[in-house]
Structures are given as structure tokens and as C-alpha cells.
Design a protein around this ligand. Structure first.
Ligand code: GLC
Ligand code: GLC
Length: 825
């Protein structure tokens, strides 16, 4: 069953009924100002940091689930009938409902008793505001006398404090109302130099800023008293719950329409020019008024929308494919790339499953997110890499998370996730391959954001790898620390007290439990490091002496070889790679275990690192994955699921069987298997796994899948779960980036290399070919791939000339388009 359809031409998903199984959301903004918006206009907005600078309130886990957002109420003044054009929160029947989620905008339209209302919401590029462009059309044969009420609830900035510290918060709310603008200025009188504004293009018949006056005592957002009566309270908030609501009167002739623009924005004033007049307590509005005036003008709004739309055309143009599979085309050309932008921006901070309070930017998460984003805006990936590296410790370890507003490592979570540092090498390698910008390796970067501690980024990478070498256990495998990629495999925690954090409570000294996953990741990172060493010497150091001891490339060759040997000695179980060793030195993810015999992660990462390709063990491991882990809905994380809590394993066994890390289909890991299958030469298997979790390919079973059909979810319930096939935690997941890498680089096979564009397709056997346009380092590559036989051997012809190998060399300066014919057989 479906709840809408893809409009690929418009790059939109069109939802055709408001009561989707879960709120189906979209994101607004992609630089500093962000918003989440659901198909019924729920959601909230924030500036840079969903925790520290939240503009509007949102109550998670509410009933109904999605209550609170950017609301418009319409009232027919003749009949006193009122409704929400976005269906929620009033939930009166609406006809012709559509919600079009596009790239950075959402348009919700519906009709009720002959009145059509459409609201297009977006954040203009380079601005810290959102625009609601509301068009009301009278489709009746008679004149209509209408009232429109807007409504938002302000958050008192720190979302955590806002949701807990009521004894203070109920007394501090402050607003100013001037002309058609409501200014929210709580705490501006003291240490803040920022405020929010809520402006309207029309003369107001009234306004409200005190929630209980607008709603009426003991009423909810579904039946505000002011809307019922048709008259605002003109309330001014002093403490309690400040809101913003405009009231606009409309008289529309038959067929007439009216456009109303509403702005919600964030603005900062210079610290010494906060008040106007100086010495007063009145917000200086001189600096914000020109911005408000600009966007209350419909022509400027349209121009800003076109600019946003065109910017997405340019971003998506970096990789476009025409293949025989519509799901591949749609996901690669539109939605998967879009989700990669969102995960790059948000990390795991703010979604309908992530409260925006709990987590900032993750070190391992962000490094992986940029794998799917770097080709769109390499400059932003560069900045992110430098921010991440600055939260590294001198030991090479890393803060697990940082807050985007302060860019400082988060002390509550701390460090000691022993896989973290190695991901930095993967992130940097991807960036340099994409951009050719070797200079990043020379950029001075602090440790722990400590001024004076700077070394070239390159040294951060060396320390990152040394970190693994310095922390090894009884089998010589890397020690796992608090956890590795699997945050829930807490082999040193031994937590028996409810409420303890599995990640930060450490009961054991951590000198025994080891991770085969980190071993595989380390080998992969060492292999990536080899290209970086050579390029650094050639392009950055030249004849200059380095300011630190630069390890020769043989160091990484040997380190990788040693680690591989260790994996074969201690990490191979006979039919698959083991997962880990626990604090008692017993294997995890082995046939010796009663439960959790085989895990997906080491199969994926070890084979990606090249292990087992030559000796046949890769295929053996992948066959085991197929036998024990694969389902029609994707590949589960491990099997058999843990049926009880194991003190020595931690959070993984805290989840009921089939959910999350306990044998859920943790989608992030599935593309590792796709890539491993591609590496092992088994294209059809790679593609089959791709399709199983592909959101678009699951659209038909939206009533089972339940999350949005246009983006990946972190998890689909596994075969041990009663709700097998049901997705959760959509949007913010490493799944986005890794699937993008799997399909664009592993299967379609177009991947950036240091010295050119590599072509190594692993196309499904029933494809006759495909066409890819890839923009790479300023050149447009038009690649036509044709299958000439059943194999995977590549023959390249570049601008009509045969080229040996499978790397398209960089063209001479000035060449802007390169035509490539690829024959695969
Ligand atoms: C979540 C975390 C990620 C972790 C994964 C597995 O997606 O954000 O860092 O690797 O869970 O536990
Ligand atoms: C990951 C896991 C989640 C766990 C969290 C802890 O996000 O998916 O289950 O609670 O890590 O940080």
C-alpha cells in the first residue's frame, strides 16, 4: 500500500493523504538555519544547534505523535467553521490534500469548503530565516469572508533547559510586538545578543503571544479559543509560554486568490548595539528590518526559491545516472544524494527519532557522512574534517561527539570509542581523492581545541592509526574500548544498574576485550593511508623537511600485513570472521557461541579491506552472510538474536530480539556487504542486497515499512522481531552515505581516485549498460557503459582513444568535457 508517489521530474515525493503511518518529514535549510517539517506541518526550527539554539518548541513522544509545528488555521467567518490546511492540528476533513516534499522545501496544499490553501515553506540560501508562502484561493462561486491565524510556540533557546527548568522558564519569557512583527527576546536583556522574529506581510486584525490566551485554558492546538471565536486576544507574554500568532482578515471574491508571506527568523545584534535607543531595554531592530522587508516582498521570495531550486540542480548534477532501474535512478539522482546532505548537516542530532538534545556531531558518524557528501560541496567537507580533527586528543583518540555551536568535544560522552580515530583517515582520503586538494594535509589543526597545540592534519592521521597500534589485547587484536562501530557492543561495561549509560560506565579495565571489526577497519585505513603518504611527500613536503617524524609507507604496509595475519590467526572462525573477544577472552560472533554466532560488521569491513579476496575466505564469509543473516527485508546484524541480557555484552543484548543492534536490519551495515560482494565479483548479489533496503523499492509496502519511502532508515526490524520489515529511525543514519557509496562507486563503479576517475562497474547481469554523468574536479565526464559479455573486465575509450587500465586520467587544463565509452565483459 502506498501513501503517495514519486514525482521525479519535479524532484518531489507527493504524499496524497495526511494520515501516513508515521509523520513523513523533510528538512529545511542547509547552512546555519534549519527546520524539520512533517507532512502535516509539524516540526521545529533552530539555528546551528538543535539543543543550544532552538527557536520553536516541539514535544517528542507526544499524543498524537506529531503535535506542534508551523500552523495555519483558517476560519470561515460566516459559518464559524475552522480547519487546518495541513490537516493537523485541527484534523477537520480536507479534500485534495497533497504534501510535496522537495529539496529543501515542502509545499502542503488542501481544500476545505471551497477554499484552497497552499503553503510553501523553505529557507533561502545564506539567510537565517524561513519563509511560509501562503496562497489562499476562493474556489467557491460566492464571496468568502475568512480569517487566517498563524501559530508557533517559541522555545527559550536551550531545548534541554526549556523542557525541564520550569521554575525559571515560566518567569522569563519576553516579547515585543511592533507593526506586523512579533519579536521573541527571552534572555536578550542579559547575556544573549540574539532574538527570533515572526513577521507577516499583511495588516493584522490582531495577534497573540501568550499561549493560554490563544488556546484558552485546558485546550489544545486542535481547538484554539481565539480561532473558534475569530478574534485574537492581542496578548503580550510575560513569562509562561510565549508564542507567535498573527490574525489576518481576508475577503475574497469568487476565483480570487491572495498571497500572504510569513517569516520566522533568527537574528544577532552586535553586543554593544543591542538596544535602541541605547540604554533602553528595547531590541535594536535597525539591523533586522531590511531583511524582513526584503522577504515580505513576493518577488524576492520567488527569486529566493528559484535560487534554492537551482542550487540543488547544480548539486545533484555532480552525479547523474540513467540505468534500466527506476529505483536506482531516483535514489542516486535525487533522494539518496539529498539525504547525504541532510546527514552531513545534522549528523545524528535532530530528526523525529533524535531529539536534538542528546547528540551533537559524532566523530565516526560525520567522517562517514562525508563519504556520501564530499562530491557535492568539497569545501564544506574540508571544513568539517578540520573541525573533527580539532577534537582529537594528543593520543590520537577522539571525542566521540561535539556540539555544532561551540565545536567543542562533548565531555559527557567523552572519548575511548576505539574505532573513532581510524574513520578520520577514510574521511580525509575521500576528500583528497575528490578535490585533489593535498594542502589540507598541511593545515594546522589543534588537539582538543587547545590553542598552541597545532600540528599539520597529516600528523593527526598518523596519530589516529598509531592509536590502534598502541591498544592491543591478548590476541594482538585492537582493544575495543567503550565500543567500536557498534555502540551497543559494550564488552567492558558489565552494567547491572538500571539507567546507567552502557557507553560511559566502564566496569572493566579494558585490557582484554578486543574487536575484529577495528582490526578490519585498521587494515582498510592503512591501505588508504598509503596513497596519502605518497601524495603528501610528492605534493606537500617536496624537498622540505617535515616538522615531525613522517612514517614511511612501508610502516603502513607492514602494519596492515601484521594486522591481517592477526585476523587470520585469531579473528577467523572457519566459515566467517569472528566479531570480538569479551573480557573473559571468549569469542563473540563464533560458532562456539550459543547466540550471536555470526555478525555482519566484520564480514563487511574485513572484506572491504581486502581480506579473503585471494584465499577464497571472502566468498565463504559472504555465503555465510547469505545463509544466516539475509532476509527479504535486508541483512540482520547478527544471528541468532540474543534472547536474554548478557552482562558481558552490554546494550546489544538489552534490546528485544530483532530490534536495533540485537539482530535488527541495521541498514548502515548492509552496503558494506554490497561493496564486499562487488569486490568479490558477485554483482547480482550486491544488487539484490541493494534493492532489499532501497526505500523507493519498498514504497509498495509502505504499510509494512511505515517510514518515509524516499529516505533510508537506520533500522528495519529483523526476522526475530514480531514486526519484521518495519523501519524506524529514518533520516539520520550512516546508511545514507554508505548506500550512496555502494551504488555509485561499488555497483555503477565510478569512483574518484588520486590521479583520475576510476571506472570499475559491477552491473547486474541483466543490465545491458547505463550512462553516468559525473562532474569531477571541474570536468564533466559523460560515461557510457555497455555490457559486451558476462564478466566484469573493463575496456576504456576516452574521447575516442583506448586507455589502458581502468582510470580515466585527468585531462589537460581547459578541457571541460570528456566522453568515455566503457565496455564491460
Ligand atoms: C548509530 C550511531 C553510530 C553507530 C551505530 C551502531 O547509528 O550513530 O555511531 O555506529 O548506531 O551502533
Ligand atoms: C547507537 C545505537 C543506539 C544506542 C546509541 C548509544 O545510536 O543505535 O541503540 O543507544 O548508539 O550511543
Amino acid at each position: 500500500m502506498k501513501y503517495g508517489y514519486f514525482d521525479d521530474k519535479a524532484r518531489e515525493y507527493v504524499i496524497t493523504r495526511p494520515d501516513t503511518p508515521l509523520p513523513w518529514i523533510n528538512y529545511l535549510g542547509s547552512q546555519e538555519y534549519f527546520g524539520l517539517i512533517s507532512n502535516t506541518s509539524g516540526g521545529y526550527s533552530f539555528y546551528k544547534d538543535a539543543r543550544l539554539r532552538r527557536l520553536t518548541r516541539y514535544r517528542y513522544n507526544n499524543a498524537p505523535l506529531d503535535m506542534g509545528g508551523r500552523y495555519i488555521y483558517m476560519r470561515d467567518n460566516a459559518s464559524a467553521d475552522f480547519w487546518s490546511p495541513s490537516w493537523m492540528p485541527v484534523r477537520r476533513d480536507v479534500d485534495e490534500y497533497t504534501c510535496r516534499h522537495g529539496m529543501g522545501y515542502t509545499t502542503i496544499a488542501s481544500k476545505h469548503s471551497g477554499i484552497h490553501v497552499q503553503t510553501r515553506t523553505f529557507v533561502p540560501l545564506n539567510e537565517t530565516l524561513e519563509i511560509w508562502e501562503v496562497t489562499v484561493t476562493n474556489q467557491r462561486e460566492t464571496p468568502a469572508d475568512l480569517s487566517l491565524f498563524s501559530a508557533i510556540e517559541f522555545c527559550l533557546w536551550d531545548a534541554n533547559d526549556d523542557a525541564t527548568n520550569f521554575q525559571r522558564n515560566y518567569s522569563i519569557g519576553q516579547v515585543e510586538i511592533v507593526d506586523e512583527v512579533i519579536y521573541h527576546k527571552t534572555e536578550y536583556r542579559e547575556r544573549r545578543d540574539h532574538f527570533a522574529y515572526f513577521a507577516c506581510s499583511e495588516p493584522l486584525a490582531g495577534y497573540d503571544t501568550q499561549r493560554e490566551i490563544f488556546l484558552g485554558a485546558y485546550r489544545g492546538w486542535d481547538s484554539p479559543l481565539v480561532v473558534e471565536k475569530g478574534q485574537s486576544g492581542d496578548s503580550e507574554a510575560h513569562g509562561w509560554q510565549p508564542i507567535g500568532s498573527h490574525h489576518v482578515q481576508l475577503s475574497l471574491k469568487p476565483g480570487e486568490h491572495k498571497k500572504i508571506i510569513i517569516l520566522l527568523g533568527y537574528h544577532e545584534n552586535p553586543k554593544d548595539d543591542k538596544f535602541d535607543p541605547p540604554g533602553s531595554q528595547i531590541v535594536n531592530k535597525r539591523t533586522v528590518k531590511p531583511i524582513i522587508a526584503k522577504y515580505l516582498n513576493p518577488a524576492n521570495v520567488e527569486a529566493a526559491f528559484v535560487e534554492l531550486f537551482d542550487s540543488w540542480t547544480a548539486l545533484l548534477a555532480k552525479y547523474q545516472v540513467v540505468s534500466p532501474d527506476e529505483h536506482v535512478n531516483r535514489m542516486v539522482n535525487i533522494w539518496n544524494a539529498y539525504q547525504c546532505m541532510v546527514t552531513f548537516n545534522m549528523s545524528r542530532s535532530a530528526s523525529y527519532f533524535e531529539s536534538g538534545i542528546g547528540r551533537g556531531m559524532g566523530f565516526r558518524d560525520s567522517n562517514q557522512d562525508l563519504l556520501g557528501f564530499v562530491h557535492m560541496i568539497p569545501e564544506r567537507a574540508r571544513e568539517r574534517i578540520l573541525d573533527l580533527a580539532a577534537t582529537q586528543l594528543k593520543s590520537g583518540g577522539a571525542f566521540h561527539q561535539y556540539q555544532p555551536l561551540t565545536k567543542r568535544g562533548n565531555n559527557e560522552v567523552g572519548t575511548g570509542f576505539n574505532d573513532d580515530p581510524a574513520w578520520l583517515v577514510l574521511g580525509v582520503a575521500a576528500y583528497v581523492k575528490e578535490s585533489g586538494d593535498w594542502s589540507i594535509l598541511d593545515a594546522p589543526v589543534q588537539y582538543e581545541n587547545e590553542p598552541g597545540s597545532e600540528t599539520p592534519l597529516y600528523e593527526h592521521l598518523q596519530r589516529a592509526l598509531q592509536y590502534t597500534l598502541d591498544r592491543r589485547g591478548p590476541n594482538n587484536l585492537p582493544l575495543i574500548g567503550r565500543a567500536d562501530w557498534n555502540d551497543c557492543l559494550n564488552l567492558n561495561c558489565f552494567s547491572d544498574t538500571p539507567g546507567q549509560s552502557f557507553q560511559t560506565t566502564v566496569g572493566k579495565d579494558g585490557t582484554v576485550a578486543e574487536s575484529v571489526f577495528i582490526a578490519g577497519l585498521f587494515v582498510l585505513a592503512c591501505k588508504e593511508m598509503l596513497g596519502i603518504v605518497d601524495g603528501y611527500k610528492l605534493n606537500v613536503l617536496g624537498d622540505k623537511p617535515a616538522s615531525f617524524n613522517v612514517q614511511p609507507s612501508t610502516f603502513y604496509v607492514n602494519a596492515a600485513a601484521d594486522m591481517e595475519k592477526t585476523v587470520w590467526a585469531a579473528g577467523w572462525d572457519g566459515e566467517w570472521f569472528k566479531r570480538a573477544y569479551d573480557d573473559f577472552g571468549r569469542p563473540v560472533g563464533s560458532k562456539e557461541n550459543a547466540e550471536g554466532k555470526i555478525f555482519i560488521e566484520p564480514q563487511g569491513i574485513c572484506i572491504l579491506a581486502g581480506l579473503g579476496i585471494d584465499n577464497g575466505n571472502a566468498v565463504k564469509a559472504l555465503d555465510s552472510v547469505e545463509t544466516y543473516l539475509a532476509t527479504p527485508h535486508g541483512i540482520v546484524l547478527q544471528n541468532p538474536a540474543y534472547t536474554q541480557y548478557y552482562l558481558e555484552l552490554g546494550e546489544i543484548s538489552s534490546y528485544p530480539p530483532g530490534y536495533k543492534e540485537n539482530a535488527g536490519i541495521f541498514c548502515h551495515t548492509n552496503p558494506w556487504i554490497m561493496l564486499a560482494e562487488a569486490k568479490a565479483g558477485r554483482a547480482d548479489k550486491a544488487f539484490s542486497y541493494y534493492k532489499r533496503i532501497c526505500p523507493s523499492a519498498r514504497e509498495e509496502i509502505s504499510d509494512v515499512h511505515r517510514c518515509e519511502p524516499y529516505v533510508y532508515a537506520q533500522m528495519i526490524a529483523g526476522k526475530d522481531a514480531p514486526t519484521h520489515g518495519e523501519a524506524k529511525n529514518s533520516w539520520l543514519s550512516g546508511t545514507a552515505a554508505w548506500n550512496y557509496v555502494a551504488i555509485t562507486q561499488g555497483i555503477l563503479g565510478i569512483k574518484p581516485a588520486y590521479n583520475g576517475l576510476e571506472v570499475a562497474p559491477m552491473l547486474p547481469s541483466d543490465w545491458s549498460g547505463c550512462e553516468v554523468v559525473r562532474q569531477f574536479r571541474g570536468v564533466r565526464y559523460e560515461v557510457t557503459i555497455k555490457r559486451s559479455g558476462p564478466g566484469n573486465t573493463v575496456r576504456l575509450e576516452v574521447d575516442g582513444q583506448p586507455v589502458a587500465g581502468n582510470i580515466i586520467p585527468l585531462p589537460v587544463d581547459g578541457v571541460k568535457t570528456v566522453k568515455v565509452n566503457v565496455s564491460v565483459g
